[in-house]
Design a protein around this ligand. Structure first.
Ligand code: 6GU
Length: 230
């Protein structure tokens, strides 16, 4: 069982992503639980303040130490220590499948979503154990990144996927992109499904898929094969 707490100032952004399809099934099976917490619960005053101007000047608000420290400590006190406390930030380590694999084996994770200019540096130093970026572009907050990471981890928990949807054959799982797939009809407006897929010979199909995966990876992501010409 993996429990994920998500700390955010916009919990509304995280209402949809875990309520459908595979994430919904993971929760119903008791393999994953996801709980969002509004940082304003730990606001410093009756104005519900959780952010302030940055020292030194400049545009953009910064999430303050006190609400964050109080939130982290009260969540730890209530549920026990976390295996990782993750902060989402464009200057974090770029997220990939091997980090997803590693995190899917944990028991308790806390995900902290920054907003505006981010969070006070002292919280990062004092509490955060892992800083993640989901790519080289800027989001307005960490919530969508938290949804991406939770989804990618959740589907890897043993028992969440069945044989049909198994993660074993995903793109990236073996550093190869996935081969093309087809379904009925075998002939769509003259465009035919490769004969080998209709052959009924599992060995031929397996070999074809592997070759196509290799071809696709060479063409699109040679870096994954470690023979990037650049
Ligand atoms: Cl994790 N957060 C924000 N705000 N922007 C990002 C990101 C994270 N990853 C890529 N861009």
């Amino acid at each position: 069982m993996l429990h994920i707490d998500i700390l955010t100032v916009v919990p509304e952004l995280l209402e949809g992503p875990f309520s459908h399809s595979i994430m919904k099934r993971a929760k119903e099976k008791g393999l994953l639980s996801v709980q969002t917490h509004n940082l304003r619960q730990w606001a410093i005053n009756k104005h519900m303040q959780v952010d302030d101007y940055q020292f030194g000047g400049g545009a953009g608000m910064v999430l303050m130490c006190e609400p964050l420290a109080n939130a982290i400590e009260s969540l730890q006190a209530a549920g026990g220590p976390y295996d990782e406390i993750i902060y989402f930030t464009p200057d974090g380590t770029t997220y990939n499948q091997s980090t997803a694999n590693r995190l899917s084996l944990k028991g308790r994770l806390l995900l902290i979503c920054g907003h505006y200019k981010g969070i006070d540096e002292r919280i990062r130093q004092q509490y955060v154990t892992l800083e993640i970026s989901i790519g080289d572009y800027v989001l307005s907050g960490g919530e969508l990144a938290a949804a991406v990471v939770t989804d990618s981890i959740g589907r890897l928990i043993p028992g969440v996927l069945n044989d049909e949807t198994s993660a074993l054959f995903d793109s990236f799982q073996d550093n190869l992109l996935a081969p093309p797939v087809y379904t009925r009809p075998a002939d769509f407006r003259g465009m035919k499904v490769p004969d080998v897929l209709l052959s009924g010979d599992p060995k031929l199909v397996e070999d074809w898929r592997y070759e196509e995966a290799l071809r696709r990876t060479r063409e699109r992501r040679p870096d994954l094969l470690g023979d990037d010409p650049a």
